[in-house]
Design a protein around this ligand. Sequence first.
Ligand SMILES: NC(=O)c1ccc[n+]([C@@H]2O[C@H](COP(=O)([O-])OP(=O)(O)OC[C@H]3O[C@@H](n4cnc5c(N)ncnc54)[C@H](OP(=O)(O)O)[C@@H]3O)[C@@H](O)[C@H]2O)c1
Length: 303
Amino acid sequence: MAAQYKILVFGAGGMLGRELMAAPAPNAVSLIGLTRSHADITSPEQVERVMAEHRPGLVINAAAFSNVDGAESEPQAALAVNAQGAGNLARACHQAGVPFIHISTDYVFGGGNQTRPYLESDPPAPINQYGLSKLRGEEQVRAACPRHLIVRTSWLFGALSRNFIHLMLELMRTRPGIKVVDDQVGCPTPAGDLAQALLRLATMVLDQGAADWGTYHLSGPLVINRYEFAQMIWAEARKSLDKDMTIEPVGSEAFAAPAKRPTYSALDCAKIKNRFGLALADWRPELARIVKTLQEAEMRSSV
Ligand SMILES: NC(=O)c1ccc[n+]([C@@H]2O[C@H](COP(=O)([O-])OP(=O)(O)OC[C@H]3O[C@@H](n4cnc5c(N)ncnc54)[C@H](OP(=O)(O)O)[C@@H]3O)[C@@H](O)[C@H]2O)c1
């Protein structure tokens, strides 16, 4: 069947972008992935050029300045991509009359004394430059393109691009013991599951030509801290590692990271379930699959 819908994906070379391009797309959908070399989203002219060239039915923005620590020393660069870049895409979508799905982050929230998952209606209060730049991006999207869905997600992991799991596996393989912070609570999210859900969301919007536009949360269902996440990774990793290893829970002050992280940034995802029927599944089987895939790749590269 000929594809009925053309979706343009910005940030196609990143962690989420790669998963979007690798995900089984619904029959009616053809995906066109763009990297920075095709179009720098900080340039309105480049964005307009690729929009005119491809004439998509919908746009997904997975492009971002995502280096949380780097944004502390380069706040203007983070704003250029995460705020002005998002704004450029939103304006181009509005001008072309196409809906815009923009990806944002749990780091628009600050944690503080928070003890229950954040609702979309909770006031954002970022505590680092990355979170601030993403919040400014949300504002630009809302102002420029009424037909938008801002999807906030959190703690992405997957096999295709380097993330927390890669780091943990490296440390677990090479060290007798590791330290992991237990004062950052959030919702790990498999990038592949998120990608599939986003494509379903896009298809629903294209099928219906309308949606309940606005801001939504979509992340994995488990609320855990990073130490607990590391323990779950180790439970899988040790199945094929012939060694013992200790994981010590520590506070964030044990690492001198340039950017502060929220103590709590779990997202309540009931709204997107109620409005669109979308919810991500328990990701533990997916974690097992990813750890196994990465360990097998490591074994192949070391022989
Ligand atoms: N990773 C997480 O844990 C996490 C958590 C919550 C939310 N999010 C959000 O999820 C989305 C996807 O994140 P991700 O982890 O997939 O990020 P990522 O792996 O860093 O990918 C972002 C992509 O955007 C591209 N990009 C950067 N600047 C650009 C520009 N000026 N023009 C065009 N492309 C540009 C990057 O290309 P280059 O490689 O050339 O720079 C990269 O391929 C982002 O909106 C992020 O804020 C991520």
